[in-house]
Design a protein around this ligand. Structure first.
Ligand SMILES: O=C(O)CCC(=O)C(=O)O
Length: 290
């Protein structure tokens, strides 16, 4: 997967600030896209149709799977894709966090999603510093006809959120498979209507400023033993890295306690609590059985 030069990174950070969105082409290759398609097939077999019931906002023929870090290992690479890791410090600041990961596979005849903002969950008066940045992955081509994400350019700098169900002047984010579009959390956007007879395969991988609460409860969603097997870079954006002093455990990096409780089974520390007493680890036992 491609990383960006400093000049490219600055270009995208500036474009996001001005227009609310920016497209990076060739961010991942065809083989990675193929692996994602295999993962979608797997998810369809184990959780048919997605994880969320049909509804006007999330769609009726759109397949959305969430909490995917518990699924194939490929999601660990998605979360820390190099282009994303290059650009986000300039948008959300150092210490940014993964907020929620999902698929957005929009089926034929799906109507356009209402335009919305992703930082509306925080309900802060606008304008405000960037709190959220979404990354839309084109696993297959995004075209106007197949429901490419629609954005209202410059709306990230508006002083108000969109009215739900209102129409605004929007443009489609058309991009080739392998591209990633950054969409500021304050930018009005939504999936377009799919008027084609093909599915639009997308990912929506969403990040937030390190001081904000993540949308997915990632600290609970992933078993600690599994989290400890993730790369340090991924652990950091899940919330193991403190941000401006926030997120500590016993005034230190939470990893030290996690390692003590859930470290490798052959570790002497693995069965000790923080006072050095043996503890029962039912969750870890469950993971070993799985
Ligand atoms: O799928 C898209 O193009 C946009 C998805 C989105 O904005 C959302 O699900 O909140």
């Amino acid at each position: 997967m491609r990383a960006l030069t400093e000049t490219e990174t600055k270009h995208h950070v500036d474009e996001i600030a001005e227009c609310g969105y920016s497209i990076v082409e060739d961010a991942f290759d065809a083989d990675f896209a193929r692996q994602l398609m295999e993962e979608f097939d797997h998810l369809e077999r184990i959780r048919p149709g997605g994880d969320i019931p049909p509804a006007p906002f999330v769609g009726f023929v759109t397949r959305r799977w969430f909490d995917v870090l518990n699924d194939g290992d490929i999601w660990q690479q998605v979360a820390v894709q190099p282009t994303i890791m290059n650009v986000l410090p300039g948008v959300l600041g150092e210490g940014f966090l993964l907020s929620t990961m999902g698929t957005a596979i929009v089926g034929p005849s799906e109507k356009a999603q209402p335009l919305h903002v992703d930082d509306g969950v925080y309900a802060f008066p606008r304008p405000h510093p960037n709190l959220v940045c979404n990354t839309m992955w084109a696993v297959t081509d995004f075209t106007e006809a197949n429901g490419a994400t629609r954005v209202v350019p410059g709306s990230n700098n508006f002083d108000h959120d969109p009215e739900f169900g209102e129409s605004y002047d929007s443009v489609p984010v058309e991009m080739k498979a392998g591209s990633i579009a950054f969409v500021s959390g304050s930018c009005f956007h939504g999936a377009g209507e799919n008027r084609s007879n093909e599915e639009r395969y997308g990912l929506t991988i969403n990040y937030c400023n390190g001081s904000m609460r993540q949308q997915e409860n990632l600290m609970l969603a992933i078993h600690p033993s599994r989290m400890l097997s993730f790369s340090r870079e991924l652990q950091n954006i899940l919330g193991f890295q403190m941000c401006k002093g926030a997120g500590h455990l016993f005034a230190g990096d939470p990893r030290s306690e996690m390692e003590r409780h859930y470290g490798p089974a052959d570790s002497d520390q693995a069965w000790l609590d923080r006072r050095g007493e043996k503890v029962i680890r039912p969750m870890a036992d469950a993971a070993t059985d799985a």
